[in-house]
Unconditional design. Sequence first.
Length: 389
Amino acid sequence: MLNFEFTEEQEQFRKILRDFAKEELLPHYTKWDREGITPRHLWKKLGDLGVTGLRIPEQYGGVGADCLTTGIAAEEIGRGDFNLTYSVMLNALIGEILTQHASEEMKNEWLPQIASGEKIVGIAITEPAAGTDAGGITSTARREDNEYVLNGEKSGISVATCGDAFIVFAKTNPSLGNKGISAFLVPSTVNGFEAKGYEDMGNIPIGRGSIYMHELRIPAANLIGQENQGFSQVMNGFDLSRLLIGLQCVGAAMQSIDETIEHVKIRQSFGRPLATYQAVSFPIVTHHTQLELIKWQAYRGLWLRDQGRKHSKEASSVKWLGPKYSVEAIHECLLLNGHYAYTKEMPLEQRLRDVIGLEIGDGTAQANQMVIAKEIIGREFRTHQTQTV
Ligand SMILES: Cc1cc2nc3c(=O)[nH]c(=O)nc-3n(C[C@H](O)[C@H](O)[C@H](O)COP(=O)(O)OP(=O)(O)OC[C@H]3O[C@@H](n4cnc5c(N)ncnc54)[C@H](O)[C@@H]3O)c2cc1C
């Protein structure tokens, strides 16, 4: 039987978050961008609502929600403040990795603080010479007695300037390629850690930047999971973050469409509301339709994940087209609102800048198309047999 209905509890959760996003997030969305601030108090507030701990089990202070419910949060928070959706997506990814692979001690120390929104933890894979080809990283971690010593540079990392810790990927056995990568929990307070922020086009409150590790020493217990298993541990997590990213972009774009529909019903030209001209209504219809398609593909992917079934192809399709269709929709909305929307008085220009970032972050269009090609055409037809995506 096919059932597209959310449960009553999920619908209630959606309503709570939609009201919260409208009343408490949307009015200040542009403020954090203008002031260049990470609103940590709102991460904490989202923690009180359970949003930051959705994929963290109850025994570690989280909500233990399913992936579908997590998707609802990504979509609804995206309507209010796109940058705060990182508290859903990043925390779901980090929450799953730590829950599945970290030691009991690490889980007890970090998960409750992540779930409450008190601590922000990022993920550091990308390097100046290794983005799409993530297996090509050159950061190293060498074991010395009861410690690991990390060296290298990470680039493009979300929450670099405000994160309390990072899951850092480094090579423990460089001769094994992507099978020689391990993951470590690195607090940003340790000696040898340095972060520098970027002057980004958007996503300003996320504090993206580079992380430098110079003879950075952490206890051996900070290894997450098995040595040399880091890559396979995180790749599965990306199937979740990619579905959530699609929904957070759709949330921001649908909010833009709602605002634009209100505008074109009121604004007149040549004595009639703009909405009566099909050259105005049809583009809105086109974008709305495209976004609905992405939305249901995303929820289908999340449902498959909840059932423990394969969903990499679905996740990549959503990550590829979700941000793209959302950017196109927001751009059109900006134009339909006329010159005023080109000012910083309205949130549309910021939404456009913010959402473009996630056309790149977490895998570009091409990276995601490679995943789909591998599945529908075959592994043996990949360009590079050592390819990592
Ligand atoms: C907003 C944002 C947030 C981010 N957050 C994080 C984070 O928290 N942690 C983290 O580790 N990284 C993060 N990143 C980095 C991101 O994951 C990388 O930028 C991304 O994987 C692409 O890598 P790159 O920028 O090095 O581009 P490259 O890999 O150099 O690619 C450049 C271009 O070439 C294309 N290309 C590359 N290889 C191929 C190929 N084989 N075939 C066809 N086309 C190809 C790409 O699609 C792209 O268009 C973030 C980036 C952004 C923009």
